[in-house]
Design a protein around this ligand. Structure first.
Ligand code: ATP
Length: 292
């Protein structure tokens, strides 16, 4: 049994000439888990992921991916990885089926390419040249190419950008199936519902620093999900935060002798909690308009 983590990062630093993109990040990803890295534009997610993939070099810190320092990872190590990066590979003249079959040939133990084409919803496009695919179809092909090698560790950098809602659901099912088979997955996404649906744990990164790592339902700590009860009083809208919304509603019903005007009981979503977390780190102008 493997006991070490699939990914172990300590004190990771990456500097560009005018920016410290990653500023002392620690990260552990357990074997078999889906881990979502969340954070605003420019937070350092892609830089971190590309260091883990061996495409960029760290300035400081320790990095281990499947037991190997990615800066020295060889072919065998790389064959265990699946990578869906933000930019597509350009093989415009090949058809979908040709490209997926071709990529399968690079790996020692690939998945059945036709099953991968079906699972990514590309069956109807299998004979289409890749340059004729729509943006969302192209992204599905990227995902197909990332999983066809049957990776032990799969990196997905904003995989569902441009997907229609049905394609996103289909993608979620694909990821759930990979997880059931034991694939470890590192996902970056700006879709909080995607992280909530897929991730065992999420890490929030802002300005190059990891602010918090938690399960989606414990992010923000105790109290972050406290309910808000709001209603229209004689003096305007009122809101109270409470752990006992039912008792508060009962009290209001008694006070109003029945129907409470414009009564609402809301619990903060993962997105609300996330925005609150990064709001405490990122400078206000960046967030203006994003905070509700
Ligand atoms: N090659 C580079 N040279 C200089 N600066 C860079 C380079 N790549 C990234 N950066 C800067 O490093 C910071 C982190 O970028 P990164 O791409 O890691 O962010 P991100 O969290 O992935 O953002 P997004 O959500 O927009 O993809 C940004 O300020 C970016 O401008």
């Amino acid at each position: 049994m493997q006991t070490d983590n699939a990914v172990r990062v300590r004190g990771l630093v990456k500097r560009y000439p005018d920016k410290v993109a990653v500023d002392g990040v620690d990260l552990d990803i357990h074997h078999g888990e889906v881990f979502a890295l969340l954070g605003p534009n420019g937070a350092g997610k892609t830089t971190t992921v590309e260091i883990l993939e061996g495409y960029r070099h760290a300035d400081e810190g320790e990095v281990s991916v499947l037991g190997t320092d990615p800066a020295h990872g060889g072919r065998q190590w790389r064959a265990q990885l699946g990578i869906v990066s933000q930019t597509s590979r350009d093989e415009a003249e090949l058809s979908v089926a040709e490209l997926v079959h071709h990529f399968a040939g690079y790996y020692p133990n690939p998945r059945d390419p036709d099953e991968v084409i079906a699972a990514t919803g590309l069956e109807e496009k299998r004979r289409t040249r890749t340059r004729k695919l729509s943006g969302g179809q192209r992204r599905r092909l990227d995902v197909a190419l990332g999983v066809v090698g049957n990776p032990e560790l799969l990196f997905l950098d904003e995989p569902t950008t441009g997907f229609d809602p049905e394609a996103r659901r289909q993608f979620w099912t694909l990821i759930e199936n990979l997880r059931t088979e034991g694939t470890t997955i590192l996902l970056t996404t700006h879709y909080l519902d995607e992280a909530e649906h897929l991730a065992d744990r999420v890490g929030v990164i802002a300005d190059g620093r990891m602010i918090e790592v938690a399960t989606p339902d414990t992010l923000g700590g105790r109290g972050a999900r406290t309910a808000r009860v709001s209603w229209l009083s004689a003096d305007g809208m009122r809101e109270v935060r409470t752990d006992q919304p039912t008792a508060e509603v009962a009290r209001l019903m008694a006070e109003y002798d029945g129907e409470v005007p414009e009564l609402q009981v809301l619990r903060p979503s993962l997105e609300d909690i996330y925005l609150e977390l990064i709001g405490s780190v990122v400078a206000a102008p960046v967030l203006e308009g994003a905070v509700r």
